[in-house]
Structure formats: C-alpha cells, structure tokens
Design a protein around this ligand. Sequence first.
Ligand code: 4AD
Length: 455
Amino acid sequence: EPLEKITLKEPAGAAPAKEVKIRDCSPKIQGQRVHIKGWLHEARIQKSVGFIKLRDGTGFLQCVLTGDLVHPSLHDVLIREATVSLYGTLTVPPPGKKAPQDVELQVDYWQLIGESNVDLEGIINTESHVDQMFDQRHIVLRGTRASAIMKMRSLAMKAFRDHFYDNGYFEVTPPTLVNTFCEGGSELFTLDFFGSPAYLTQSSQLYLETMIPVVGDAFCIAQSYRAEASKTRRHLAEFTHIEVESPFIKFDDLLDRIEFLVCDVAERLFKLDKDLLLTVNPNAKIPERPFMRMNYEEGIKFCRENKIYKSEENGVPVHFEFGDDIPEAQERKMNDMIGKPIFFCRFPHEMKAFYMARCPEDDRLTESTDLLMPGVGEIVGGSMRIANYQQLMDAYKKEGLDPSQYYWFTDQRKYGTCPHGGYGLGFERFLTWFLGEEHIRNVCLYPRMRDRCSP
Ligand code: 4AD
C-alpha cells in the first residue's frame, strides 16, 4: 500500500511539538509533546501495537504506536535502520517496566525520512562470520555494542587530551609522511612522494623531540603505520598513537608520568560516563598504584623459574638467556601469571631502538620500558633518549643509518641538549585493555590489518 495512505495527518489541535534529542528525554519532561528524528534500531509491529526502539546517536528511546497508527503495511516501512521523524508525548513507563532514558514516547504522528531494506537481516546477523562483519563494518558500527565502544573511544580521546592540557602539555601535529624511520626499517610502508621515496610514519617521536625546546612538555595524537607481518589480536597496520616527550626528566619521572596518565585517564572515564563504561565492560577498574616495576633481567629470571620457555627443541624446553627477546606469547604468559600492570624495564640495547639512552649503572642496558597489561600485553613503549651528540652519531653508525637524513634530529644535541624522555601509547591497545575487548579490531572504526584495507 502506498505510504501516503498509511501516513496520518498530524492530529488537529495537538500541542506544538518541541524538537529534542533523545539524551534530553527524561521523566523531568514527561507530558511534553516532542518531535524526535532518528533511526529504527529495532521495530516490533504487532496487531494492535507497535514498539520501536529509536536511536539518534545520543541514546535510545522506546516508542509506542497504538490505535489508528498501527496498520499492516507498517511491516514494510517501519523496518530496521529506516529514518523517521516521530511526534508524540513522553510518558513514564508502567510500573515494573524499564525503558532507556526512563521514559517512553507515545507516538501520535510520524513521517518517514529515509527507507531501509529488509535485506539487512541477511547481510548481517548474529551468525555472521567475522570477515562478513568487517566487510559490513559500516552497518555493524550502528549496533548496540559497537556504538557504545565508539562512544567510549571518543570519551577516552577527550580524557587523554584533558589529562595533558590540565597538566601543562602543549599539543602538536607532526607530519605522518616522512623520509626517516624511527622504530626499525622492516615495518615501513613505502610510498612514492613525487618521485622520491617516502614512508608512512611509525612514530612521531623524532619530531616531538624537536618540539620540547619550543613548548616544553609536548604531546601529539596521530596515526602511526606498521607493515606488521604478523596477524595477532593486538596488531594493526594503522593505529592511533598518543606520544609524549618531556625535557629535564629522569627515568623514574618517566615511569611516574606514564602511571599517572593511565590511572588518571581511567578515573576520568569513570567520571565522564560510568554507566556507559560499565555496560561495555562490567569489570572496568582504575588500576592500583604504584605499578610493579620489573627489570628485563628479572623477567628472564621469572621465566626460567616459572617454566616459561624460549622454545622447544626435540621436545626439550629451551630456557631464556640474557639478551633474548621475549616474544609476545611468553611475555603475555608472564604478565597473566603476575596478573597486574607491569613496567618491564631496562632492556639490552641490542633489542631496542637506536635513540635510547644507556643505563648509567650498566652500559649493556637502556633506560627503556614497556608497560604490560594483563590480557593485552604492551600498551606503552617509552625510554630516555640519547642526549649526547657523539653517542647519537655512534648509534646511527651501529644501526647503519645515514646521519645526513637526520640532521634536524641530531641538531637537538648540538644546540642546547638536555636529558629527556618520552613514550608512545597505542590508543587501541589501551582501549582493548580498559574495555576488556578480546580483539583490537573491535575498538577501531575501520581496522587496517594485514588482510584488510577495506572498507
Ligand atoms: O613501542 P613502540 O614501537 O614505540 C615507539 O614507537 C616509540 N617511538 C614511542 C615513543 O617513545 N614516542 O610503540 C609504542 C606503542 C606500543 O606500546 C603499542 O601500544 C603501540 O604503540 N603499537 C601498536 N598498536 C597497534 N598495532 C601495532 N602494530 C602497534 N605497534 C605499536
């Protein structure tokens, strides 16, 4: 039946309707006639009554259609994801019935803004394969859980920014098209920059270091790229990187700052929207301070004592030795056995980036740290930086880097050097941990991974 026939006229003499967003609906304005636009999150049209769960981005609202408004043709029109304009009066739900916003809309008139299609149920449903889910990410994002995660992502971004602004940091926006590398060459995405080779940045650290003589404590929130060969539940090819650089600090100050950041952001998220946070992760907690601080050397000892092995050769377990990189799986095993955040510190220089400062007490080691979280693993990587000109020149040489490309980075050591350090926090890793998600792809808008660059 044509839509015109089932769309009623606005009831004559109805009170003027106030246009509102769902977040503004509450028992405080019960009795008010309102006008709300949104998407049909769910629709259940029965013989004499229709229930709609409306979504407008600010919340969900239960809406009820009765009387003349209920018509058999509604089944073809009021379907999932159609956009509508609803008019009606807000009432408090009957005793014992719960509703989002604690009110219901008794609809007296509605208009269709944009149709949807029933094929949606076939495209994506609870049985869909993960590949299908990510092919249809644009639809999945509208779902209850995915949309809640996207809102927490937004609030977390605000919490990080607020933390930095409230503590005197300046925000800068470094370029992400670069001609140098920061974390080692194997994970670079290369591109053609008007005939010259260039890369997508792995980290904004080097540029951030140039900003400390300009603004003091500096931070940036930028995309970083890693051509990671491995496919794991915590590796992305593109991620949001929150990076910080601070002048005139010591290694212990660096650890204190990271700990303060993580706990303060967790606290801010509880303040910003505790209800939403706890619906996404009922186990969300502000971690206890101080975090455990464990040196790499102690970690090797821990593995040896707790049957965490480097590998197995012909069924014989091989122990870790000093100098071995502890791979992700074993590191996570250690982390999960300990069951709380760990600052894993002072790694041998061979396994770390060229720019890291050595430990004054042991030249084999660097003043470096990874913050490990149970269930997820590393969420922050940081270090003190080489402040001395000659040491940096030696480090380029050892790494096989051409210093001429890095002259602007080197100049920081030539014109007023200072002890300094910083860190990078993987925003999606943080969210995976704090929101208790199983897989990092679930906290991304459109994840970029080894086998996915679309949509
Ligand atoms: O430990 P990383 O490689 O350190 C750096 O890039 C430093 N230059 C940062 C700095 O000191 N300014 O990376 C920092 C963090 C990791 O702890 C992790 O949380 C995240 O970035 N990260 C990734 N997140 C998702 N997918 C990947 N492939 C990631 N690689 C690193």
